[in-house]
Design a protein around this ligand. Sequence first.
Ligand SMILES: Nc1ncnc2c1ncn2[C@@H]1O[C@H](COP(=O)(O)OP(=O)(O)OP(=O)(O)O)[C@@H](O)[C@H]1O
Ligand SMILES: [Mg+2]
Length: 373
Amino acid sequence: MSFVSKLFRRAATKYVGIDFGSYELKAVQFAPSTRGPVLEHVYRVSTPANSIKDGVVTDPQQVGEALRSLIADGAFTARRTVTAVSGPTVVVRQVTMPVMSERELRESTKYEAERFLPYAVEEAQIDAKILGKTEDGQNMDVLIVAAQKDLVTSQMSALQFGGLTPAVVEVEPFSMVRAMIAPDERQFEQNIAIINVGAASTSINITKGGFVPFTRNVPIGGNAITKAIANGLNVSLDDAEKMKREKAKILSQQDTGPVPPTVTRIFNVITPPLTELVTEIHKSLDYFRTRFRGETIEGVILGGGSSRLENLDAFLSHELGLPVVVANPLERGVYDPADFPADFIRDAGPSMIVAAGLARRDVENQSRSGAAA
Ligand SMILES: Nc1ncnc2c1ncn2[C@@H]1O[C@H](COP(=O)(O)OP(=O)(O)OP(=O)(O)O)[C@@H](O)[C@H]1O
Ligand SMILES: [Mg+2]
């Protein structure tokens, strides 16, 4: 299975986009229509404990069973899937190589990838795509995408246990771009940071013009925040999770009113992991600005379940000196509010940033070409 393999194109074939999160398995299904993508199904189930680690499905059978419930309980009609691999072993690089044929490229890619892969090339699943010739006509820009084979094979195995058929596997950063930025939008031509704050990790990506010149994964996310509450307030992880959702708030100088003591205590204990996260984001944005001199980052799109931590958007905006918006990828489709009430869309939206992007793959083209269901 190739990351960039073409979908078997048949008008109005439906796919379910599935995000293998370590906290929740999430699925979205869009259908093409002349009015644009129509949101048909959204659902999520808890990921069985310790069954996904660093992007690898360590227990495919258990995850397969959870996928069965996800598809059945969410009443999904599609069985062909679009999924993404993510984690520290996923590498996306744009390189310049001499002009050559696709066949020659496949051979050379291995040697090229060897230079930057942090693991043996034999362990990697590698894909390359020619983006176009450089201005001098002698060279070409090539997108190389690689991931450890385990990531792909373990996911395939879980899908099989779940009774699903994999159609496409891509890499997570591209799904998020597709979920949030369309080619006819102003942001498409700007450098935008898309930050997905999940449970085990956070991915920091910078995109412009549909490309993703920078992507990085750091092992800090909602789990670190929950743990800090559990340790700091001496409560169980379950209680800490509940407190995080109901009481945690990032305080700022602007909070002049009275603050309940528990809120202040939670704020104090979650400050260290949040500071660590901001430091990593800062480092990433600074690296990008140094590597691509003259490029400025115009804004941040914040996704992932942890983006719902109260005031995380305002806090990051203040720390980074950039406008920050919380992603709502589900709003970027046509839907019936009777099926999807506003509070559902708002609550579930941010964590669906990957699944929604996966589900949109090919749907937009079909919508535009009128190959609607
Ligand atoms: N209202 C909320 N406030 C704060 N945190 C929340 C809220 N809702 C969910 N979270 C946190 O979001 C995290 C889950 O996010 P998400 O679904 O994006 O993770 P995931 O994709 O399963 O994990 P990963 O990508 O790290 O493998 C959990 O840590 C959860 O505690
Ligand atoms: Mg995730």
